[in-house]
Design a protein around this ligand. Structure first.
Ligand code: ZN
Length: 353
């Protein structure tokens, strides 16, 4: 859990994934035969086949690309006003109803956490004591949000510039049988991929695995598409979070997954339809290994599988998802059993591929 905690507490908005990439690089020593970063910033880690038999080594290994996005939803500084308040541009889709009274970090140097500045983010406007009934009903837009660094304007202007990354700050907590934090979407997938490869590495495997920690997923699956174009995999598997909708106030027919019921096999989402054979293979591996799993459909939203599927001349693609409650808030909640099921199922699938 230490690695997962480090992953969720490391800031990295789309286009500013530097620190996450560095952290992952430090955690994968010895697991891969080749590690490189592509032009957009995706980290590509290749583990060659370790054929199980002599005849296996003569066959061309199946090339499998795993895609786990490193970026998180966040902001970039867009304006510094005369009093030193910051305005931001969103990078990724926020529900602004969740953005009242938040602690944030402004990161003027992508590589140096020591230069981060703490701040508070609130929508502009009147405090509750003097707000009208109408004011109180208003849901703020991202442009209404201001960041207060508690510093004089001259100091702010010296330290902060347009384009600096801003992330929400929230702790990592173990709550009941779950773990809760910001950006479980999608650092849990980075964790799942690293841990699955550690498991896979304990025995031989016929497939060649290209683990891609992708960039800029939250702004339109950008890194996964270019990485797949370069790799030309036979099979592409995105690993990501998905909705649960199993909490009060949501009718059961709108349910996407149920927390604690295992790894989600995504049949389709807004960006891709899973290759049927891949879906069925994952399902049969899960049944054989008695790994908890559930089928799932996400009506809107998509994962890196959408971009991988359509790269170059096309790739058979699938999404392995982890059920996540309260997604795109700072209290994203993941059940430990689901997290472990995703890791195990991915490792078992690769072992038999
Ligand atoms: Zn995601």
């Amino acid at each position: 859990m230490k690695l997962l905690e480090q992953l969720v507490l490391t800031p990295g908005v789309p286009g500013r994934e530097h620190r996450v990439r560095k952290l992952i690089q430090s955690q994968i020593k010895g697991l891969f035969d080749e590690v490189r970063t592509d032009a957009l910033g995706s980290l590509i880690c290749v583990r060659n086949a370790r054929p199980k038999t002599k005849s296996g080594s003569k066959k061309k290994p199946l090339r499998i690309m795993l895609a786990a996005h490193m970026d998180q939803i966040g902001f970039m500084v867009r304006h510094i006003d005369d009093k030193g308040f910051l305005r931001v541009n969103a990078v990724g889709g926020f529900d602004t109803r969740n953005l009242f009274a938040r602690l944030v970090s402004v990161c003027p140097d992508v590589n140096d956490p020591k230069k981060d500045l703490p701040g508070v983010m609130n929508p502009g406007g009147k405090p509750v004591h003097i707000a009208s009934a109408e004011d109180r009903k208003k849901v703020p837009e991202v442009e209404d949000l201001t960041i207060d660094l508690g510093l004089p304007v001259a100091h702010v202007k010296k330290k902060v510039k347009l384009g600096d990354m801003v992330v929400l700050r929230a702790p990592f907590e173990k709550i009941g049988n779950t773990v809760v934090s910001q950006c479980m979407d999608n650092r849990i997938a980075c964790w799942v991929v690293i841990e699955a490869i550690k498991k896979l590495a304990k025995s031989k495997h016929n497939c060649e695995v290209h683990c891609v920690f992708t960039v800029q997923e939250e702004v339109g699956l950008r890194g996964a598409g270019t990485a797949a174009y370069g790799i030309r995999p036979d099979i592409g598997i995105a690993i990501d979070t998905t909705l649960c909708c199993d909490t009060p106030g949501i009718p059961s027919e709108l349910r996407v997954t149920e927390q604690g019921k295992g790894a989600a096999l995504t049949i389709m989402d807004g960006a891709s339809i899973a290759d049927l054979e891949l879906l069925e293979t994952f399902e049969s591996v899960a049944k054989k290994t008695k790994t908890p799993h559930q089928r799932s459909i996400l009506p809107r939203g998509g994962t890196d599988a959408g971009a991988v599927q359509r790269a170059a001349a096309g790739t058979k693609a699938f999404t392995l998802s982890c059920p996540t409650r309260y997604i795109h808030t700072v209290t994203e909640m993941v059940h430990l059993a689901d997290l472990n099921a995703c890791r195990d199922l991915l490792a078992d699938y690769l072992a038999q591929a």
